[in-house]
Design a protein around this ligand. Structure first.
Ligand code: ZN
Length: 293
């Protein structure tokens, strides 16, 4: 089996930095921990890549050598639903992030689409959809290969409900589905109470985008604290008072035979990524038919 669920951190784990690791060391260190995905954080970037091409290429080469799948989280300073000049700047920021993502060979550039602001929700979404189609066209004319990964968002004022993300994936060329399970949990005031709730999302994705898209989705996961407005803070997997529960998602990954890339966004990035990996392994082993000796 070549396709399997991969696990890795959102950004460089703090311990790596503490021991003086440089960016190109990260894939090897993750591999030593038994992890095989890494999401580079370009979250504060402006309209130009804020890393050298050779550094991005070096990271990419190390990732390939260590079989670590790369993704890049694009700039937070993006609002594709804003006024015209804001949308134009946002498009340039996305292109800058996509350029660097291509340098490193990342398969998806994850990003937040924007805010409703004072606009009608449907109008804000239409503005966003049109802008994304233009970004997709520009990327193709520039020869950029990375997929556009709009993420399900966790706050009420943000564009990016599950419904909106599915629509974007249906209508914009060159997209990759990105499901942030914690955000879905937060925006719906604790939606994932049992395995069935996760299953429901998987079924919806499958109906709208097909089995292959469901199987190869890109995911973010951590425990999350929320208010009536949605997301408040990410928490570690051990914090029992917060949801969602990864074990339930692991059941769905096993039942649907999914192979997502799971990026851990908990405060203890790589440690919880390993915990998630071990949970899935356990779930898969328990589902194996018992063979008589
Ligand atoms: Zn994000």
């Amino acid at each position: 089996m070549t396709e399997h669920t991969r696990f890795g951190p959102a950004g460089v784990p703090p311990m790596f930095r503490l021991f003086g690791a440089k960016l190109p060391d990260v894939p090897r260190l993750l591999r030593e921990e038994g992890l095989d995905a890494f999401e580079y954080q370009a979250v504060r970037w402006g309209q130009k890549p804020q890393m050298k091409q050779e550094d991005a290429e070096k990271l990419g080469a190390e990732a390939r050598k260590n079989d670590v799948k790369l993704s890049l989280h694009g700039s937070y300073y993006v609002n594709l639903s804003g006024k015209k000049d804001v949308v134009e700047t946002s498009k340039r920021r996305l292109i800058a992030c996509a350029t660097a993502a291509d340098w490193m060979g990342a398969y998806v550039m994850v990003f937040h689409t924007g805010f409703y602001g004072r606009f009608e929700k449907s109008f804000a979404f239409k503005t966003c959809l049109d802008a994304l189609k233009e970004v997709s066209t520009s990327m193709r004319s520039l020869g950029l290969k990375v997929k556009l990964g709009p993420e399900t968002m966790g706050r009420k004022f943000q564009v990016g409900s599950l419904e909106e993300i599915l629509t974007i994936c249906e209508q914009v060329e060159g997209t990759q589905l990105v499901i942030d399970w914690s955000h879905l949990h937060a925006i719906n005031q604790g939606t994932f109470k049992d395995t069935e709730d996760f299953r429901g999302v998987a079924e919806k994705v499958e109906q709208r985008l097909g089995t292959e898209t469901l199987k190869s989705m890109h995911c973010h996961f951590s425990k999350i604290e929320f208010t009536s407005q949605g997301e408040k803070r990410h928490h570690t997997l051990d914090e029992k008072r917060y949801g969602p529960n990864f074990h339930m998602l692991a059941e769905v990954i096993a039942d649907f035979q999914l192979h997502p890339t799971m990026i851990c966004e908990s405060p203890i990035l790589d440690i919880d990524a390993r915990k998630m990996r071990d949970t899935l392994k356990e779930v898969l082993e328990n589902k194996q038919p018992k063979v008589e000796p």
